[in-house]
Every structure is written in C-alpha cells, then in structure tokens.
Design a protein around this ligand. Structure first.
Ligand code: ADP
Ligand code: MG
Length: 388
C-alpha cells in the first residue's frame, strides 16, 4: 500500500454514491462508520451523494462533469452500479466516460459484483462485514482493471448494458420475488430459492447462442480502450479524464459500441450460431462475473476481462431435490462438475432468448427489464473497475 500511496501526485477525488434504501437500509450507516474511517486513513477525498429515488444515480452520472472525478464509487447492491454504468453509456462522450474507474462497496442485499471482485483477489468466501472490509482495502489500494460489459437488446429495441448477469426462469423469479425479503440481507436469495422450489415450474422458449472459440481469450470483441500496459491506479488516470466534456442530450440509450455479432431481432440467427433443441427450461442464466450472490459461485471460471459469457441452462424435468443440490453445490462453485444431466454450460459471445409466453420475468444484473425477445453480446474490457 505504502508504495502506491506515495505515487499519488495529488489527492484523487471520488464521487461516492450511496443508496440509503439498499439492503437492510444500512448503507448510510456503513458510510458513517467503517467506510469513512478507511477512506480518511487512506487519504481518499470524496464527495457523498445520497440517492433520493431510483435512477437518481443514473441521472447524476449522465450529467456529471467527469473532469471533476477520478473514480465513481457506490455503496449499495449491484442495482446502483447498474445505474452508473448505464448513465455513463447514455452520454454523448460515452467512449471516454466509460473509462472512468468504477468502485463498489457492498451495502445492499445483492452484492454479487463485490463478491466477485473479492473472489478474484484470492479471498475465501466471507460474511457481509468482512466483504466490506476486503472491498474497502481494494478501493484504497486503487488498482484499475478492465471489465467486460454485455450489451442487452430488449424486444422494444431498447438497449442497455450489464456487468453481471442476464437471467430468465427460476433465477429471475427469485431475483424479483426475493426483494420483499431484502430486510434479511444476503440471505434473501436463500429464502427466495426455497420458496420458488416449492412452486417449481417450466418456462418455454427458444435459446440460441454464438459459441466462443476454444481459447476464450482470442477473437473477442475488444472495447475501444487504448492499451495502457496493464494495471494502473485510478489516482494517476486524472489527466486522461480532464479532456471530457458533458453535453446534455435528450434521448438516452443511443450510444455505446456497435453490436456486430447480433442479427436483426426479426430475422433468423446466423449459421454459426447454435440453437438449443429443447424448448422447456427451468432456468437460463448468463454470467460474465463469477458470483451470482455473496455465497453463490455460479460461474467459477469467469474473470473480469475475458470477453466470454458463461451461459448455463437447466432443462425441464429436473427434480426439486436435484435442483436444490445444484444450488447447494453452487456455494462452492462445484455445480458444473456434479454431472447433472439437466444442466448445460457453454462459453458464448452472444445469445438470443425468445420466451413463448407473453408475461414473465427477465432480469439484468438483478433488475427486472421488459419481458420478451432479448439478445445480448459481450464487449470485452469496455469498463474499468477498481480491483485487487
Ligand atoms: P439491493 O442489493 O438491496 O437490491 P440495490 O443497489 O440493487 O440494492 O438497489 C435496489 C434498487 O433501489 C435498485 O433498483 C436501485 O436502482 C434503486 N434505488 C437507488 N436509490 C434509491 C433510492 N434512494 N430509493 C429507492 N430506490 C433506490
Ligand atoms: Mg439489487
């Protein structure tokens, strides 16, 4: 730490966004306690922004003068970072804006990205409190790495960006239904899973995907980020941000990289795509980071910047007991090795899901989105994340 801190040329300025409603409603107390103490000791000047409503952070980030900030950090669950990422990509200057280093301190009930970053740093599974301390250290150290983002097209033509997951069926239902158990914190997913198991059902649709090459690190769509020779700290990226300007604009979602791998939504998938023969599913889960929740290592082979979507689906016909076994194995990330005949795992670059029912739930990073046909493509290393 000492070496990195001595390299600081001037104090870095952090925009610190807190969602006071996330999790058990404790995020502000976490700020006033351990977070403020750590940032003070590490000499990280910051300005606190307390969100007042959903999409407040998204608007703040969309309109911010980014030359004023060296990093955007949230204390909340994944939902607030989802707002920040999409706010940045709704800017006319998105190409520079998405270079802004992002940080996450777990303060919500769904802290999957924080758990993933802790996991990549080599730490064992830990409790919420220990996870906050671990992520606090990582933030103060300030190493920045590239992170994949996945572009998601909805039926209406709207596009959004995702850093974590795209889910349909069982997992999406648990994501949304468990919101009412938010007061129990991270345990909401365990409660939600048990409740959903009791009313297990089948979801019908067609799933297609573009397989990744055998070697997951070649041929990926790479974000238009100049190569900087590996990791650097967010405290000396200031000059590259100074050139940013913030023009106002009226229509969101127009910006971001082109999705060259995706066919028109009303046409067939290209010949090099695979179409899953089954049409009856229990769940579809696409992950680009390792953890689905603090205690669920859903994509054990995922890494921050791979350019790979880890696609899993569970075919209908699985028993409740077998599905429960899969979720229990997921706590150690061993579910893919259990030999469950209903579970399929593929590394892909893009996918399309066409649900047959007109009503249902699809979640992106744990947030419910418009239901219907959805297509997605990974953009390797598009964002920058403060990691260990
Ligand atoms: P959790 O992990 O508890 O779900 P999130 O960070 O995901 O916490 O936030 C939950 C939801 O609250 C997200 O949809 C987010 O956009 C929304 N949100 C953000 N700020 C506020 C606020 N001040 N009041 C209500 N909802 C908010
Ligand atoms: Mg959430």
């Amino acid at each position: 730490d000492g070496v990195l801190l001595s390299e600081v040329r001037r104090p870095c300025r952090v925009m610190l966004l807190v969602n006071p409603q996330s999790g058990k409603g404790q995020a502000l107390a976490l700020y006033n306690g351990p977070v403020q103490r750590m940032l003070h000791e590490a000499g990280v000047p910051h300005t606190l922004f307390i969100t007042e409503r959903k999409n407040h952070a998204r608007e703040l980030v969309r309109e911010a003068d980014l030359s004023q900030w060296d990093a955007l950090v949230i204390i909340s669950g994944d939902g607030l970072l989802y707002e920040v990422v999409n706010g940045l990509l709704e800017r006319e200057d998105w190409e520079q804006a998405i270079h802004t280093p992002l940080g996450i301190l777990p303060g919500g009930s769904g802290n999957a990205l924080a758990a993933s970053i802790h996991h990549y740093s080599g730490g064992p599974l830990v409790s919420s409190e220990e996870l906050l301390v671990s992520c606090g250290f990582i933030l103060c150290k300030g190493l920045v790495s590239r992170m994949d983002l996945t572009s998601v097209h909805l039926g209406s033509g709207q596009r959004l960006f995702s850093f974590l997951s795209l889910a349909w069926g069982f997992v999406a239902d648990v994501d949304v239904e468990s919101e009412k158990y938010r007061h129990v914190g991270a345990a909401r997913f365990t409660v939600g899973t048990l409740v959903r198991l009791a009313s297990l059902r089948v979801y019908r649709g067609r799933l297609s995907y573009l397989p990744a090459d055998d070697d997951g690190d070649t041929g990926a769509e790479r974000g238009a980020i100049p190569t900087g020779g590996g990791e650097h700290t967010f405290r000396n990226t200031c000059s590259s941000n100074n050139a940013l300007n913030t023009k106002r604009r009226e229509t969101p979602s127009l910006y971001g990289p082109a999705d060259s791998l995706l066919p028109p939504a009303d046409g067939p998938v290209p010949g090099d795509w695979a179409v899953v023969p089954e049409e009856d599913f229990v769940l579809m889960l696409a992950m680009y980071q390792s953890c689905l929740a603090e205690d669920l290592l859903a994509a054990p082979n995922a890494a921050l910047d791979q350019g790979v979507i880890h696609l899993m689906y569970v075919k209908a016909g699985i028993s409740r007991a077998s599905l429960l076994k899969l979720f229990l194995a997921m706590e150690k990330g061993t579910h893919l090795a259990t030999g469950c005949p209903h579970l399929v795992y593929r590394r892909v670059r893009a996918l399309r899901l066409e649900p047959y029912a007109t009503k249902g739930l699809i979640t992106v990073d744990g947030e419910a989105v418009e239901y219907g046909l959805v297509q997605a493509q990974v953009h390797r290393g598009l964002a920058r994340m403060i990691t260990g």
